[in-house]
Design a protein around this ligand. Structure first.
Ligand code: HAM
Length: 424
């Protein structure tokens, strides 16, 4: 039966694969978000906010028709005007669209952007995999310099380090350009075709349409250990680019492994592809990934401009932090909890509370007419540094009694000195 208001039965529960971030947890998110913003500021990236939904075609064209994301995972719906809309499954396509549409390429400098927000994929939920999840991402447009690839990799690496994840591994690869891939593709089809009968339905449908996607199959990927790798087919420019990225990473002492089998789940990459890996979320070990995408801006309708970026999953980061026992700041303690004894004092406390908050203190009072002892318990739960008690005597003398909760020490101070005393 449907639950009644205030009853024990709940008529509604959150959609599968989503999470409620409650007070106590949400502070951890704010901490990660603040860290990301601070780091982006130091790396000179500016925030961009784009719509949560876009025209479906943007993702079909941007992410790629043969990817799992586009073939199976998008939240796509017709709007009331019968346009096909999709909740963004990732951040890059929307940012590229905004970059092109707003002609940000007119900027004479490299355009360096970041975003933090929800993404949506209809996946089978498990630890670290959700249907609504959050990414911190960056995208840098307007330079093909491998130093930007290295900067982007360094930014993500620094983020993990600064929040206390020291065991993150960086894996890099080069997926070349469309030209290098043409020769590789033929070799790959040759390698995969004899196995066709044993491979899953998706692989079968992708061997001819997009054989590199087959290497990334969630079911069959383990079978392709001896597949030819793209690195054997890179042209001179691609090799030089890849080597430069490695030199720059070494110059910054960022450890990395070359993984010639790293093919990301999105079709837009050219040259550098990379992933951040960590233990600690069961079967999943990738906590972030990105790469260069030199053809994408042109593909989406803008003036052709090179780009490179990453997306880091915030849920996965929090899971790894928890599993590795790294503590993240929780709820902020209160500066002061006010207790008024008697009607007149209660009224005076309303003013004091207002003034304390205006003066920059975090302050609270009781709103349930509870006994002094019960109020003291609330002050403890709120980790108040001070409890300020206003009784009839204090009211008469224009003072307030202030108890320091860690030492138990109690003093009486003139009201005018209250804020200064607490701030001290
Ligand atoms: P991606 O590898 O699809 O790349 O996603 C990046 C990160 O988002 C993953 O490494 C993971 O941490 C997180 N993530 C992805 N799917 C889920 C999920 N279902 N549940 C929880 N976390 C998830 C991209 O999205 C690209 N846009 C990255 C990029 C930016 N490349 C260039 N610029």
């Amino acid at each position: 039966m449907a639950g009644e208001r205030g009853g024990q039965n709940h008529e509604f529960s959150k959609p599968k694969g989503t999470q409620d971030l409650l007070p106590g947890t949400v502070e951890k998110w704010q901490y990660l978000e603040n860290k990301a913003r601070d780091l982006c500021c130091r790396y000179h990236y500016q925030e961009i906010r784009t719509p949560i939904f876009e025209n479906t075609e943007l993702f079909q064209r941007g992410v790629g028709e043969t990817t799992d994301i586009v073939e199976k995972e998008m939240y796509t719906f017709p709007d009331k005007g019968n346009r096909s809309m999709t909740l963004r499954p990732e951040g890059t396509a929307g940012v590229v669209r905004a970059y092109a549409e707003n002609k940000l390429y007119a900027d004479p400098d490299v355009t360096k952007l970041y975003y933090i927000g929800p993404m949506f994929r209809y996946e089978q939920p498990q630890a670290g995999r959700y249907r609504q999840f959050h990414q911190f991402g960056v995208e840098a447009f307007g330079s093909a310099d491998p130093a930007v690839d290295a900067e982007v990799i360094a930014l993500g690496y620094s983020f993990y380090k600064e929040i206390g994840l020291n065991s993150v591994r960086v894996e890099i690869n080069s997926v070349g350009t469309a030209e290098c891939r043409a020769a590789y593709r033929a070799k790959l089809v040759e390698y995969l075709t004899p196995m066709k009968a044993e491979l899953c339905k998706d692989c079968n449908s992708r061997i001819d349409r997009n054989p590199m996607r087959v290497l990334d199959c969630k079911i069959d990927a383990h079978r392709f250990a001896d597949a030819p790798t793209i690195l054997e087919y890179l042209d001179e420019d691609c090799v030089n680019h890849f080597q430069a990225v490695q030199r720059y990473l070494k110059a910054m002492d960022i450890p990395f492994d070359i993984n010639p089998r790293l093919v990301r789940g999105l079709d837009y990459y050219t040259h550098t592809a990379f992933e951040y890996k960590s233990e600690g979320i069961g079967a999943i070990d990738t906590i972030g990934g990105g790469g260069r995408y030199n053809g994408l801006v042109g593909e989406i309708g803008g003036q052709d401009q090179p780009g490179v970026g990453f997306g880091l999953g915030l849920e996965r980061i929090l899971l790894v932090l928890e599993n590795q026992g790294v503590t993240v700041p929780g709820v902020e303690p209160l500066d002061v909890y006010f207790i008024g004894m008697g009607t007149e004092a209660e009224e005076a406390v309303i003013r004091l509370l207002y003034e304390a908050r205006a003066a920059g203190l975090t302050a609270e009072k009781d709103y349930q007419s509870r006994k002094m002892k019960t109020q003291m318990k609330s002050a403890d739960r709120f980790q108040a540094r001070y409890v300020a008690i206003l009784g009839e005597d204090e009211l008469k003398t224009g003072t307030i009694s202030l108890k320091r909760m860690d030492t138990g020490e109690q003093v009486t101070v003139p009201l005018a000195e209250l804020v200064a005393h607490i701030k001290k």
